[in-house]
Design a protein around this ligand. Sequence first.
Ligand code: ADP
Length: 612
Amino acid sequence: MKPIRFFQSIQAKLIIIYLLMILVALQLIGVYFIKTLETSLKNEFIENRNSQAQLLAQYAETYLTENQENKNSDTAKKSYADLNDFVNGLFATSKAEIQIIDANGAVLTTTRPTNQSVVNSKNTQTEVTRALQGIKDNQRLFTDFDGVRKIIIAKPIGSGVKVLGAVYIIASMDDVYKTLTQINNFFISGTLIALALTAGLGVILSSTITNPIKAITRQATAVAEGRYEYEEKIRVVGEDEIGQLGNTFNFMMERLREALSLNEEEKEKLASILSNMNDGLIATDDHGRIMVINRRAKQILQVNEDTTLGMPLGELLGMPQEKMQVLEGTEDHSTMLHLYHEAEEDPLFVKVTYTTIHSKGSTGTIAVLQDVTGQEKLDQARREFVANVSHELRTPLTTIKSYLEALEDGALEEPQLAGKFVNVARNETERMIRLVTDLLQLSRLDSKQAILSKVTTDVTEMLEEVADRFSFQLEQRMIAIEIDVEKHVDEIMLDRDRIDQVLDNLVSNAIKYTPEGGHIRIHAGRRESSVLEISVQDNGIGIPRKDLSRIFERFYRVDKARSRNMGGTGLGLSIAREIVKAHGGAIQLESELGQGTRVKFTLPYQQEEAAV
Ligand code: ADP
């Protein structure tokens, strides 16, 4: 906000108002007072001079009457000298000149020593002439050549019709005007002092009004600029309107801060919910442009916030506008996205659910993104599994059926052929039994129904027994077997039957996929002191690298025909993995095509008593 200049401020205006009011009041009083005083002083001065003239006229009358006849005699002269002394003694002032004039207008005496030359000369002033004619009130105010204001008063001497002479007074009114000027000056200086005091008081008094207003303005500006943390309590002095305004504003700010912090809390809550949600969430505005995108959504789509905000939702999800509109129009507002990210091999399956929200006249969309890759894979695996099981069961069943049909069609008559056919049918049935048994076992391991009954087992003895079980096959195929048990391999607690099953599977695989004259090595050793590691290694045909990652999958076989011919179900390694897992261990397979295969699994010595 622009700062207000002092002369534009309320404070200056208030001070100016005070000053003008004082000035007007003082001026009115001053004009009225000075005018009255001037009139009164002047009137008093004139009255005094008039009464002086009147007094003098009465006094001079006796002199003039006595000397009427013997005008130029010595007695008369003496008498005039007396009158002169008397007038001088009583009325002489430096500021006035008094002349006694005879009936002819000749000056008999004058009080001004410097003006004695006028004696015996004629005073021709109009006022004197008028007085000599018997007119009583003759006075005139005028300004002399030297700029001094003066008054002339002339009074006739003598009572009745006969006028003996006149009293002539010319007096300066300088003193009256000086007094007036002095009073005027007092008044002006008084006015100036009053104005200065008023200005000072005005600053103090107006600040009691303007200070809270300034504080309120500062607060309001801070709020307008979004600085809600700006905390300045308005100082409330008194309970007047400004005080009430200050109190109300303080209260309002408190409420506003409370409301804001509540809002902030809500926002934080929402933000933390959004960022910790397991599902991705994208919100768009009226125009379908992205306003909010949470952490999970960015993770799923592998984008960053800066580039996505403001982008149309369809563009981000790689969906054309028409498709988006159709989706928003249908009842099931969800669709499936297959996202192919650079770093990942498999696509990501993302379920996107749209919800349209109408709020305060605007329409936005909320898209919830759920990563359903796991679920999708599971579904796929389940579908594959059912297909595999059906296929695995169908093959032996078809074989059995065709052999039974052949028997029916006459082969039964030929005992040799019939025997062969029955044999095939039995083998296929056994295969099916094996398959179903394996499936049942897997299902038990999957549903964690299988309970491990562990017994303390001597590892060397266990491995030797495995070799013994396969000795006939080994001999037949001329495959050498070597058992190598490290020194500190102690007895271990394990479910003997199940681990035997694992070992049998691994050794039988090694025999199956190793050409005649090959070599198998079973090795047992300790890893990290608390783990037993057993490995079965052969120098057989090996497994191509591309199949390695899927080798533990159910029904996965590198060479399907060969495996089936050898009686394999394709479930052996998956069962082995489940059993090892149930013991708290892990299984790994390393293989080099044409070089051989090594399968190793670990079993911890300290196993939790777990139901699998
Ligand atoms: P199967 O019953 O077919 O033996 P498994 O689950 O035991 O099923 O093995 C899966 C597949 O892994 C086999 O079909 C075979 O292709 C491959 N395989 C397993 N062990 C070996 C091995 N030692 N050498 C070469 N291939 C092997």
